[in-house]
Design a binder for this molecule. Structure first.
Ligand SMILES: *Cc1c(COP(=O)(O)O)cnc(C)c1O
Length: 454
């Protein structure tokens, strides 16, 4: 029998999150205060996050215990399944072995609840009554709506306007779980009003929506802010994916030669590869390749500058050392809304600079072609974000066909595409197009980088 699924029992679900920070060969550059240019400490973040989350952001410990209350919710859909993509392998006529870890079975349909549940829990524990956040395509907003539902918190979501209109079902999902969702830029905040004043037709961006959510959190009572990607603690929470995958690859009897994932802010892919990259950092797996895939229309790792920048458009966040296209950069409205962000997780940027991970940018139409190939072999209809990773997985498997190498490829499958059928329809009817890399707009945005005292 050819085994297709590698399934862990509930009791084999990880009980700790893996923290890469103490294992990094060089420490992560500090986060800076924009006013003083000095490293920020836990107290500076207290208006935004509860203390337990802040401590995780800076944690020197290799592992952080997952609270039992969080594990209990994780068990609703975790451990997730690792599949062997035998039909895709056959269709590609490749000697490569392709595995994918499927996060689409969470109630929200992506990996995002892995951190949403944890963040809702810690806020509830700290006595917080209400959370605010931003969302691009709506996956993060719906994941946090789910988390807030489980732990009884109010939630207001600022949703990037272009997606709010393109993807109404995500908003309805948030409302079903009891959250409030408004299109961003909104008239509800000063940051939103400022954007609307200069461009009433602004399609919005994650950077603008973050500004609105942060402003709301710091100016409202019993309210904190929650972030869906980029931050160290978010990547930490996502490491349940990689820890499970490691056990499942052992069950399958293979260690990956190549791990592929898509990166928006970097959380799903880091969650997958961080437990594996440890082996590479420690010299146990020097040949392991880790490929981060981003859209060629918003290529922060491959085309961005590695420097200090704000996480949001209005400049309300501290300064992060990361690959950035400039915090005022407005990415083209590609369907992979979750990948439209000007920056990238500092942990991923650091590992990229140190040479432990590589990056590749792919154009939109090619990603949908790959997604349709995946749907017509494996069956699952994948999120447009995930299609970026599938594209590169297929490309690497086709290279194996050329060279005859039987490499093992592990794909981080971040979620299903059931709310993205309009985008598939555009592709299937030949109406989908590529966006050029907006070089001029990036150059302009990079001119607005904050000045950091040397
Ligand atoms: C949000 C999202 C992404 C991108 O976010 P990361 O933090 O980079 O993981 C990728 N895939 C899906 C399905 C998403 O919802």
């Amino acid at each position: 029998m050819e085994q297709t699924k590698f399934i862990l029992a509930e009791k084999d679900m990880p009980t700790r999150w893996y923290n890469i920070l103490p294992d990094l060969p060089e420490p992560l550059p500090p986060v800076l205060h924009p006013g003083t240019g000095k490293p920020i400490g836990p107290q500076d973040m207290a208006p935004l996050f509860p203390m337990e989350i802040i401590m995780q952001e800076f944690s020197p410990l290799n592992y952080v215990d997952i609270p039992e209350e969080v594990q209990a919710v994780y068990r609703v859909w975790r451990p997730t399944v690792l599949y062997r993509a035998r039909r895709l392998e056959k269709a590609l006529d490749t000697p490569a072995r392709i595995f994918y870890k499927y996060e689409g079975t969470s109630p929200a349909g992506s990996h995002k609840p892995n951190t949403a549940i944890a963040q809702a829990y810690y806020n509830k524990k700290a006595g917080i009554k209400r959370l605010t956040t931003e969302t691009g395509a709506g996956q993060w907003g719906s994941a946090l709506a789910l988390g807030c539902m489980y732990f009884g918190l109010e939630l207001k979501v600022y949703m990037v306007k272009v997606s709010y209109h393109q993807k109404p079902y995500r908003r309805m999902m948030m409302e079903t779980w009891g959250a409030k969702c408004v299109p961003s830029p909104s008239p509800d905040t000063r940051s939103g009003q400022a954007v609307l004043a200069t461009d009433p037709e602004s399609p919005g961006s994650l950077g603008i929506a973050i500004s609105e959510a942060i402003e709301d959190a710091v100016t409202s009572k019993d309210t904190k802010y929650s972030i869906g990607s980029v931050a160290n603690h978010v990547l930490l929470h996502q490491t349940v994916i990689g820890q499970e995958a490691m056990k499942q690859m052992e069950m399958a009897g293979f260690y990956p030669d190549i791990i592929v994932g898509c990166i928006g802010g970097g959380s799903n892919f880091a969650g997958m590869f961080l437990p594996f990259v440890k082996d590479k950092v420690q010299g146990k797996r020097p040949n392991l390749r880790i490929i981060c895939v981003e859209p060629s229309s918003c290529p922060s790792l491959t085309k961005g500058i590695y420097c200090y920048d704000f996480g949001d458009t209005a400049g309300l966040t501290p300064l992060f050392k990361m690959h950035t296209l400039g915090h005022t950069f407005m990415p083209p409205p590609v369907h992979a809304g979750g990948l439209r962000y000007h920056g990238m997780a500092p942990i991923i940027c650091h590992l990229y600079r140190l040479g432990f991970v590589e990056a590749r940018a792919v154009p939109q139409v090619a990603t949908f072609e790959a997604g349709v190939t995946f749907a017509r072999t494996e069956g699952f209809v994948s999120a447009p974000e995930t299609n970026h990773a599938i594209r590169v997985t297929i490309d690497e498997a086709l290279k194996c066909r050329e060279t005859g190498e039987a490499k093992t490829i592990l794909l981080a499958h971040s979620g299903h595409g059931h709310f993205d059928m309009a985008a598939y329809d555009q592709y299937l009817t030949g109406k989908l197009s590529d966006y050029e890399y907006p070089e001029e707009k990036v150059r302009e945005a990079l001119a607005h980088l904050p000045k950091v005292p040397a």
